[in-house]
Design a protein around this ligand. Structure first.
Ligand code: CLF
Ligand code: SF4
Length: 483
């Protein structure tokens, strides 16, 4: 076997959301889930498909003001235009206002594919509002996917209504499966007019979350579980959560870092509960049993967020700014989807071409790529905020890891300290592909044994990485022969 500069990723990132959410070689728990139909169902959902989030947008409508539990990380009274976190909104809407808003957004943004109810309270604690919005929009914009996010307390009683409403994507926030741990996360849980506290309250909530999850997946609904990672409380417990949700057919697990700033006025913020570091979050993700696909591109949106993930165009669509009778051009929406589908087909062909070129090799190689998405080498080295590490092998080219980095280029100048950190993040890598790179960082990388290559700018990642692999194999053979 040829020895390549090979570095095994601690655990391959299972970007399941980009690959129908199922782990290769594993069967899904739900009988209704087969890879092809799932791929079609998530292809335009920006949260369920990592690929889709570059092309498709969501609109959250804040029609759910009430909540039936109190999480220690939530304070819905807080509102700030510069704040971006779940539970926060600028204006609460009636169902009619929400529908008008979504029509206005769809008229402007052909990329809008999902309407979500994610607060500011709980979607099912405001079920009439939630389902009224979904029912009307189903008639008006049939290709818009309804999506709801819930704490799960009322889920068991709403499963039929969710399915009848055509809701194919549901998120449940499950932070614990042990009531003793849940008791440290939930201040109270409201049932039948009574507030249950401590272990009793948590036990009620957790049981209903798991029951609801199982009932939904049995009906073929794609359920994502969000878990808020709280250091010292549920970090050692996340593997148990992962195991339990897998048993019940969860499609995707999104482990999000706690946001805990004293200025937000939450219990955790005020009592000094710290947030996890990026390294702690990664360590927890890496330590999971590996049975459930992980979502890694969550942006922890506001409950009224609008646009592609990571951007928020909500301010453009405040009620006072909306046209009276927005017109949604369904032809424009179809044309947009056709363009995206064409790009997806091209990428799929590139994947197949790369896979074919790698057949029969028994080596593996990791290559770092700077990308802004779309499956292409298209980011400037100095602008990259993560390095995507691809592994080339006889199985093809697969995303193996994401390594977050700080942006090296700051206002036109390079930051040497950041460059050293980026080089450290390239541990085990000898080639980085980018759209452009300056002479200084190129030389510094070369001194550290990493070749930066620009000639694959805007190429598909898979074919570019495969080409680097084949060149590396060839060079290693030539060296071996001449030795
Ligand atoms: Fe909204 Fe949530 Fe639907 Fe997405 S968000 S209701 S599943 S359409 Fe997405 Fe935002 Fe993360 Fe939520 S990035 S916070 S996971
Ligand atoms: Fe806040 Fe959501 Fe928890 Fe309710 S379920 S308290 S809205 S975070």
């Amino acid at each position: 076997m040829t020895v390549l500069p090979f570095h095994t990723a601690a655990r391959p990132v299972h970007e399941g959301a980009g690959e129908a959410g199922c782990k290769p070689g594993k069967s899904c728990t739900s009988p209704a889930l087969d890879r092809e139909s799932v791929a079609a169902r998530i292809a335009d959902h920006p949260c369920y498909s990592e690929d889709a989030h570059h092309n498709f947008a969501r609109a959250h409508v804040a029609v759910a003001p009430a909540c039936n539990i109190q999480c220690n990380y939530c304070n819905r009274k807080f509102d700030c235009a510069n704040e971006s976190r779940p539970g926060v909104v600028s204006e609460r809407l009636t169902p009619d206002q929400a529908i008008r808003k979504v029509l206005a957004i769809a008229a402007e943004m052909p990329e809008l594919s999902v309407v979500g109810v994610a607060g500011p309270g709980d979607a099912l604690a405001n079920a009439d509002n939630t389902f009224a919005v979904f029912a009307s929009l189903r008639e008006m914009i049939p290709d818009l996917k309804p999506c709801l996010s819930t704490n799960g307390l009322l889920l068991p009683q709403y499963v039929d209504r969710i399915v009848e409403a055509g809701v194919d994507h549901v998120t449940i926030t499950i932070n614990a499966v042990d009531p003793d741990i849940g008791a440290r996360i939930y201040a109270w849980v409201g049932v039948d007019g009574r507030k249950w506290t401590g272990r009793d309250g948590a036990a009620i909530l957790l049981a209903r979350q798991l029951t609801g999850l199982q009932a939904l997946t049995a009906r073929g609904v794609l359920v994502k579980v969000n878990s808020v990672l709280i250091p010292g409380i549920n970090d050692d417990h996340m593997a148990a959560v992962s195991t339990e949700i897998r048993k019940r057919g969860a499609f995707l697990h999104n482990i999000m870092p706690l946001i805990s700033d004293p200025s937000h006025g939450t219990h955790f913020g005020l009592t000094g509960q710290r947030e996890p570091t990026a390294a702690e979050l990664e360590a927890v993700r890496a330590g999971l049993p590996g049975d459930v696909a992980l979502m890694r591109h969550c942006k922890q949106c506001r409950a009224d967020a609008v646009g592609l993930l990571g951007e928020d165009r909500g301010a453009e669509f405040l009620l006072e700014r909306l046209a009276e009778a927005p017109v949604v051009d369904s032809e424009k929406r179809r044309a947009y989807r056709a363009v995206v589908a064409g790009e997806a087909e091209e990428r799929s062909a590139a994947r197949a071409e790369a896979e074919a070129s790698l057949q029969g090799h028994d080596d593996r190689l990791l290559v770092a790529v700077c990308t802004r998405g779309g499956g292409r080498v298209n980011a400037h080295f100095g602008h990259a905020q993560e390095l995507q590490i691809f592994e080339a092998s006889a199985e093809g080219v697969r995303l193996a890891a994401r390594r977050p980095v700080d942006r090296y280029c700051q206002g036109g100048d390079g930051d040497d300290d950041i460059l050293e950190a980026v080089i450290a993040a390239l541990d085990g890598i000898t080639t980085v592909l980018c759209a452009r790179i300056g002479a200084c960082p190129r030389d510094r990388l070369a001194a550290a044994g990493v070749v930066a290559r620009e000639e694959f700018a805007f190429h598909h990642i898979e074919t570019a990485v495969a080409e680097v692999f084949l060149e590396t194999v060839e060079a290693a053979r030539a060296t071996a022969l001449s030795a």
